[in-house]
Design a protein around this ligand. Structure first.
Ligand code: HEM
Length: 396
C-alpha cells in the first residue's frame, strides 16, 4: 500500500482531531481492527465491535487505566476510581456512590441548573455576540457538579482551570511526559469541613456509608482517598464532557438551521435534539481497554496486555447501526448510541448530562432562537479524550 493511501489515526494529532470522520470511515471500512505502531494501540470503530468489547470486561479490562498514558506508565488505579476498576470492586464502589445521588438531590439540582442558566444567559440577551463556551457552556457543568458535591462557587473557577490545564495536550511535549491530573487532592479541605459539619448532603452520605468490602469481607466505611477520588472522578468525567455537549448543540444547530427551526417550533423535540447531538458529535469519542488474554479480532491475534481503544464517535456514524449516519436529524428514531458507553461502565452521569443538555438547550432557545457562528474565533480543545470547543463565538 502506498503512503498516500495508508490509514493513520491517533487521538493526539490535532489535525486529525479537527475532522476525524474521514479516517474513522476508512477504518470502519478497511481496517476494522486498526493498529497504531507509533503508540502501540489497537482501535475498533464499527458499532458492533465497540458494543461487544464494551460489555466484555473479563477480556477487556479497565483496571490498567482509562487513559493510554495511565496504562503505559503503569499507574495503579487510585482507590474508589471505579471507572478504572473491574467487577467486583467496580460494582461495590459504584453502588455506594449511587446511593449518595438520591432522586431528591437530582430534583434540587434540576432547579439549580435552570437558575444557573438564567444567571449566565440573561446578561447576554441583547449583547449581539458572545462566546458560547467561555460565557456559558464551560461554566455551567462545573457549577452543577459543585452544587451536587457541595463545593463553594468561589473555589470552582480555579479548580476548573487546573483540571482543564492538566488535561490539555502540549504539542511540544512527548506524550509520556504529560502530567496526569492528581484527581482527588484538591477537594480535601471540603471533606475535612464536612466531617466537622455533617448535614443531609452528598458528602455526609459518603462519610457515613457502611458496607461489606467485597475483597476482604470486612464491614467498613469509605477511606478519605476513596471519597476524594469519587469527587475527582465526578468532576473529571462530568465537567469537560457536558461542557462540550452544550458546545456541540450550539455548533450543530447553527450548521443545520432547518433543524433548529423545527425544534424552535416544537419544543417536544428538545429531548431528541440532545440525543441526536450526542450521537452526532461525541464529547469523549475514545475509551481505553487492555486485553487480559490473547484474542482473535478480524482475523488478527491481539496479544494479552495490549491497549484496545473503542472509538465511540466512529461507532455512532456506522451505517450498519444508523441509516444515513452523517446526516444530523433531530427526528431520527434510534435505539442506542455509544456516547455514554455500554456495560458495567455505562456513564454514571448520563441522566444528569441529559438533564443539563435539555435545560441548557431550552434556556438557550427561549432567549436566542437564531445565531450564527464566528468560526474565525473558534478553537477546539485538545485533550486525548475530549473532543469539542474551547471557544465558540456566536453572533446574534
Ligand atoms: C455528555 C456528557 C458525558 C459523556 C459524553 C460521558 C461519557 C462517558 C463514557 C463514554 C463513559 C464510559 C467510560 C468507559 O467505558 O470506559 C462514562 C463513564 C462515567 N461517567 Fe460519564 N459522560 C458524561 C457526563 C457525565 C457526568 C455529568 C458525570 C457525573 C455526574 C459522569 C460521570 C461518569 C462516571 C463516574 C463514569 C464511570 C462509570 C463506571 O465506570 O461505572 N459522566 N461517561
Amino acid at each position: 500500500m502506498s503512503a498516500a493511501t495508508e490509514i493513520y489515526y491517533d487521538p493526539y494529532d490535532f489535525a486529525i482531531d479537527e475532522n476525524p470522520y474521514p479516517v474513522w470511515k476508512r477504518m470502519r471500512e478497511e481496517a476494522p481492527l486498526y493498529y497504531n505502531e507509533r503508540y502501540d494501540f489497537y482501535a475498533v470503530s464499527r458499532y458492533a465491535d465497540v458494543e461487544a468489547i464494551s460489555v466484555d470486561w473479563q477480556t477487556y479490562t479497565s483496571s490498567k487505566g482509562i487513559l493510554m498514558e495511565m496504562v503505559k506508565a503503569g499507574i495503579p488505579t487510585p482507590p474508589g476510581l471505579f471507572i478504572a476498576e473491574d467487577p467486583p470492586e467496580h460494582d461495590m464502589h459504584r453502588l455506594i456512590l449511587s446511593r449518595a445521588v438520591t432522586p431528591k438531590r437530582v430534583l434540587v439540582l434540576e432547579n439549580r441548573i435552570r437558575e444557573l442558566c438564567a444567571e449566565y444567559l440573561d446578561p447576554l440577551v441583547g449583547s449581539g455576540r458572545f462566546d458560547l463556551m467561555q460565557d456559558f457552556a464551560s461554566q455551567l457543568p462545573m457549577r452543577v457538579i459543585g452544587a451536587l458535591v457541595g463545593i463553594p462557587d468561589e473555589y470552582l473557577l480555579t479548580l476548573r482551570d487546573q483540571v482543564e490545564e492538566s488535561a490539555r495536550l502540549k504539542e511540544e511535549k512527548p506524550q509520556e511526559e504529560q502530567r496526569l491530573p492528581s484527581i482527588g487532592e484538591p477537594y480535601a479541605p471540603f471533606l475535612e469541613f464536612k466531617k466537622a459539619n455533617p448535614a443531609d448532603d452528598f458528602l455526609t452520605t459518603l462519610i457515613e456509608a457502611r458496607f461489606k468490602d467485597v475483597l476482604t469481607g470486612e464491614q467498613r466505611g469509605l477511606s478519605d482517598a476513596e471519597i476524594l477520588n469519587y469527587v475527582g472522578m465526578l468532576y473529571a468525567a462530568g465537567v469537560e464532557t457536558t461542557a462540550r455537549l452544550i458546545g456541540w448543540l450550539g455548533k450543530t444547530l447553527a450548521d443545520n438551521p432547518d433543524q433548529r427551526a423545527l425544534v424552535v417550533a416544537d419544543k417536544s423535540l428538545i429531548h431528541n435534539t440532545v440525543e441526536e447531538t450526542l450521537r452526532y458529535e461525541v464529547p469523549s469519542p475514545i475509551q481505553v481497554r487492555v486485553t487480559t488474554r490473547p484474542v482473535e479480532l478480524h482475523g488478527q491475534t491481539v496479544e494479552a496486555g495490549k491497549i484496545v481503544t473503542l472509538l465511540t464517535g466512529a461507532a455512532n456514524r456506522d451505517p450498519a447501526a444508523f441509516p444515513d449516519p452523517d446526516t444530523f436529524d433531530i427526528r431520527r428514531k434510534m435505539d442506542a448510541h455509544m456516547t455514554f458507553g455500554k456495560g458495567v461502565h455505562y456513564c454514571f452521569g448520563a441522566a444528569l448530562a441529559r438533564i443539563e443538555g435539555r435545560i441548557a438547550l431550552e434556556e438557550i432557545l427561549d432567549r436566542f432562537p437564531k445565531w450564527d457562528l464566528d468560526l474565525s474565533g473558534a478553537e477546539l480543545i485538545h485533550t486525548a479524550t475530549i473532543r469539542g470547543y474551547h471557544k465558540l463565538p456566536v453572533v446574534l
